[in-house]
Design a binder for this molecule. Structure first.
Ligand SMILES: Nc1nc2c(ncn2[C@@H]2O[C@H](COP(=O)(O)OP(=O)(O)OP(=O)(O)O)[C@@H](O)[C@H]2O)c(=O)[nH]1
Ligand SMILES: [Mg+2]
Length: 564
């Protein structure tokens, strides 16, 4: 059976054969591939070429060269690439060979292939010797048959070894004179040395060492690449691309060595170097080192949040926060403090609570039933001021309606919602026959038309500034957000109309106790000069009930005063 056919049937051997072919070795080359850690498939791809080796002493190797097929009659061993086999070119070559013997067959193949650009034909009578030596060669020495016993150490200068091996392949073909061979060897040496130098200096990225573009040299370079295992990354295809790119750039090795790869610039700014400051800063500093900014300037530059964090609450506020268990707390803390956490404290849209719940209220006036009796959209609709009134004002959604429910523990009497703008009229609630609690519409953001909101605001302003019988306005402020411009507007109005008002911080359960105290301190500071503002500032949570008892006490005093 023809050698090629038998070998082509054996798929497993095909790859190993290619590898061996590529390295020009028999068993030793296989070892070499394994040693280099290269995939045989990569090697095979790299060498899609036909190689014919005149195997003079092949018979010596009978049986020992697995995967390398034999032609019983011929002395020629042909390595045919799989792709070529498919295309049929390889077969034609084989058929020709079958009819000839020894060097005759070899020459025929060479003659046929010399005209082709991509096919390389090498005959190496010393190949077996080579393979023998390399099969031994776990030792670091390769014997070059050109060097006639000259031993070349592998490792550092192994590119020289490879090039010499390539030259041996060519030289044994007797197609080149010794002069030409010497030239080739020298060039290969030079190239190898250049390439190694290039890699050592510039890394793998600059491996654009150029050949003279001739096929043999190119093949030699590829072979060298394979043996350069430790320097080679990726497939040979990649290397080819790089080479092509290198050609385009028309840069020589020396050029590349002269121009090392540009490194990315890293700009570092010296924190002590004021030259990187803006011009304005320079002017302010008069070119000298930055001055220590005094506290006044500092306060201007500080963000609102930072300013808030800088507030130091007074001891009285801090103790009030602790005594009333204000701020975000755990249930267990409320229980320890004597709060009945099992009592329902719902806030929004719930059915009316039972009378048993208000019986627990410690201040008698708040145990009375809360009854809605009037709603007004315009000032002319206000009911007659028979009872002293306490009104609850503030921005929409601040918790006015919820606070009315919480104070009286009568959930469901005053409607509440998480949507700002639920209360759209002034709602009057009687607390027994002694006190009237008034729920005002909110101002600021609400789900309502601008004109409507403006109308609410005007109504509220009119009520707080003109209402006879209005004894106190509880101005509710969300603890989290603090006072807003519209709150100040209303305060100014109440100051002008000398309406007594008291700030009540709501939703204290949403922030930390310290922030409750800070907010209280901040507002107290702001309102120091205000004559109509009633101290102390109150803090509550309708959800947890914290501070509600204290507020009841304060408001009950208002009612008592009225009675006198
Ligand atoms: N966490 C917490 N939520 C509260 C508290 N008080 C009220 N809320 C919630 O805040 C939302 C608004 O409450 P309302 O009582 O309807 O607020 P309002 O000021 O009457 O709002 P308008 O009627 O739109 O002006 C509701 O979803 C309440 O459940 C509180 O103390 N803590
Ligand atoms: Mg409301």
């Amino acid at each position: 059976m023809p050698a090629q056919r038998s070998s082509s049937k054996n798929g497993a051997n095909k790859t190993s054969r290619k590898v061996r072919g590529a390295l020009g070795k028999s068993e030793g080359s296989g070892d070499g591939v394994r040693k280099l850690g290269l995939k045989s498939s990569i090697v095979g791809k790299a060498h899609r070429k036909v190689r014919v080796a005149s195997d003079v002493d092949r018979t010596k190797n009978k049986g020992s060269r697995k995967g390398q097929s034999r032609n019983g009659d011929d002395d020629a061993v042909t390595y045919v690439d799989a792709s070529e086999k498919l295309s049929g070119k390889g077969r034609r070559g084989k058929r020709d060979l079958k009819t000839r013997t020894g060097n005759e067959g070899l020459e025929a193949v060479m003659d046929r292939n010399l005209g082709r650009k991509r096919k390389r034909i090498y005959a190496d009578p010393g190949m077996v010797e080579d393979s023998k030596s390399s099969s031994k060669s776990k030792s670091n020495v390769v014997e070059s048959d050109l060097g006639k016993g000259k031993k070349v150490p592998r490792g550092k200068d192994h590119e020289f070894n490879d090039s010499s091996r390539k030259t041996s392949l060519v030289g044994s073909n007797k197609l080149m004179g010794s002069e030409l061979l010497d030239k080739k060897v020298r060039r290969s040496k030079r190239e190898g040395a250049d390439k190694l130098k290039n890699v050592q200096e510039n890394g793998l990225g600059n491996r654009t060492s150029k050949t003279n573009g001739k096929g043999k040299i190119r093949l030699a370079t590829e072979k060298r690449d394979l043996n350069w295992g430790k320097y080679t990354v990726g497939s040979v295809e990649k290397q080819r691309k790089k080479k092509d790119q290198g050609k385009k750039n028309s840069a020589t090795d020396s050029d590349l060595m002269e121009k090392p790869k540009k490194k990315k610039r890293v700009i570092r700014i010296d924190p002590h170097d004021i030259s990187n400051k803006r011009l304005d800063d320079e002017k302010a500093n008069n070119g000298s080192l930055p001055k220590k900014i005094d506290s006044a300037e500092n306060s201007v530059e500080m963000s609102k949040n930072a300013q808030f964090r800088a507030i130091r609450p007074s001891p009285s506020i801090l103790s009030f926060v602790e005594d009333n268990l204000l701020g975000r707390r755990r249930d267990i803390e409320f229980r320890r403090a004597g709060y009945n956490t099992e009592l329902s404290a719902p806030l929004d849209n719930i059915p009316f609570s039972t009378s048993s719940e208000r019986e627990r209220i410690e201040i008698p006036i708040f145990r009375n039933k809360l009854e809605f009796f009037a709603a007004a959209k315009i000032s002319s609709s206000f009911p007659s001021p028979d009872l002293p009134e306490i009104a609850f004002a503030g921005r929409s959604n601040v918790g006015k309606s919820s606070l009315l429910n919480a104070l009286t523990r009568q959930w469901g009497v005053v409607r509440t919602s998480d949507k700002p703008g639920l209360t759209q009229t002034i709602n009057f609630f009687k607390l027994g026959s002694k006190l009237c609690l008034v729920d005002l519409p909110g101002y600021g953001f609400a789900y309502a038309k601008e004109e409507v909101k403006e109308a609410w605001e005007e109504l509220v302003k009119e009520y707080v500034s003109t209402r006879v019988g209005l004894k106190r306005v509880c101005l509710l402020v969300d603890t989290k957000w603090g006072m807003k411009p519209r709150d100040h507007e209303l305060i100014d109005l109440m100051e002008r109309s000398q309406t007594k008002y008291q700030i009540v911080l709501t939703k204290t359960d949403t922030v930390f106790p310290m922030d409750v105290a800070r907010r209280a301190m901040q507002i107290e500071e702001n309102l120091k000069e205000k004559k109509s503002a009633v101290q102390p500032l109150m803090m509550v949570s309708s959800k947890t009930g914290a501070g509600i008892r204290s507020l009841r006490t304060v408001l009950a005093n208002v009612a008592r005063l009225v009675r006198r």
